[in-house]
Design a protein around this ligand. Structure first.
Ligand SMILES: [Zn+2]
Ligand SMILES: [Zn+2]
Length: 230
């Protein structure tokens, strides 16, 4: 199954290289959208939990990259629904720009390998996403019992993570990944800022963390992140 339950009403959908997330709460909130052309896979995953495309009421993007924002324009157009993102990344997404250069590769063999196998030829433009409703720092969105918008710059300047406070689930985006173990993402706009962000995020209260790439951390996730990224 492409869709995996994280907790009641929260699901991770594997789109191959990248995950998106669904929160089911009187309509569905779709967090990230995969590369361009991922809508069919997302809709098939929805059908596995008894939902249809028109049940999606809004899209939230963690950041501008094409593996997260790539299908946003098509899904928005098809369903006529709002898209939310941080202002800084939204400005570029409205123009169809999905990378802010330069991106700096994390040192080491694994990032080198993944970059050369999968990321070297990634498109730098996508269909423009417009309109976008911008999110405020620390805004509490009315999703389940409250979805907190946490600014997490470094991977991209306008990157956000989303925290279900009561449920203690963090949807982290690409601040780090958990592919073959918890580790830094392959690329950062600002590695030093990203490291600071990781330390700050780990201070929040969450038990489970989910990532754009790799598997969730199921237990004591904030402590594991604090230990890894100190
Ligand atoms: Zn990214
Ligand atoms: Zn990504």
């Amino acid at each position: 199954m492409a869709i995996k339950k994280i907790i009641d009403n929260v699901y991770q959908v594997s789109l191959g290289m990248v995950n998106c997330f669904i929160i089911d709460d009187d309509g569905l909130t779709l967090i990230d959208t995969g590369f361009q052309g991922s809508e069919k896979k997302i809709f098939e995953a929805l059908s596995e939990i008894g939902n249809r495309p028109k049940d999606i009421k809004q899209i939230i993007l963690t950041h501008l990259h094409p593996d997260h924002a790539g299908s946003a324009a098509d899904i928005q157009k098809m369903l006529q629904i709002p898209v939310f993102a941080h202002e800084t990344d939204a400005e570029l997404l409205k123009k169809g720009i999905c990378f802010r250069e330069p991106m700096i590769r994390t040192p080491g063999f694994f990032p080198w390998l993944i970059f050369n196998l999968f990321m070297r030829n990634t498109p730098s433009t996508i269909k423009p996403v417009d309109p976008i409703t911008t999110l405020q720092h620390d805004q509490l969105l009315p999703v389940l019992s409250g979805l907190r918008v946490i600014p997490t710059p470094g991977h991209s300047e306008g990157h956000i993570s989303l925290l279900l406070e009561k449920e203690q689930v963090l949807i982290a985006g690409d601040i780090c990944g958990n592919t073959g173990g918890l580790n830094y993402s392959i690329l950062y706009e600002d590695p030093a800022l990203a490291k600071q962000t990781l330390k700050e995020v780990a201070k929040y209260n969450f038990n489970i963390a989910c990532f754009g790439h790799g598997n969730p951390l199921w237990e004591g996730a904030n402590k594991k992140m604090a230990d890894k990224f100190k």
